[in-house]
Design a protein around this ligand. Sequence first.
Ligand code: ZN
Ligand code: ZN
Length: 130
Amino acid sequence: MTRLREQVLSLIWQSHRPLGAYDILDSLNADGRKAAPPTVYRTLDFLQRMGLVHRIASLNAFVGCTQPSHHHSGCFLICETCHNVLELPSSSIRNAIEGEARKQGFAPRETVVEVTGLCPACKDDGPTNE
Ligand SMILES: [Zn+2]
Ligand SMILES: [Zn+2]
């Protein structure tokens, strides 16, 4: 793995919330790296293909994968208040969706489930504390 890939991966892992490509670019350049956006996008593509990070489409941001050892599509719980993302390790949800798709004669390539709502910490805070 190249140094840039390592740096991008560690930025994503160190972050408590999903990072956008430009957040990553800013952090790299703050380190004096002078990375260009296409380079960062290529690196993110690569890390995604390796199954090391997931893209959260609704946030246009990236999170580290909790189970990088096997290829899978993710199911994510996204907090609307603090933007924390939790990856559900269960594959039963994806299997159910892909099973239904196949019944329609559809060949699913990738299934990503994004559930928005409130994480335990934000839910306990109550809506008045926002
Ligand atoms: Zn994952
Ligand atoms: Zn939250």
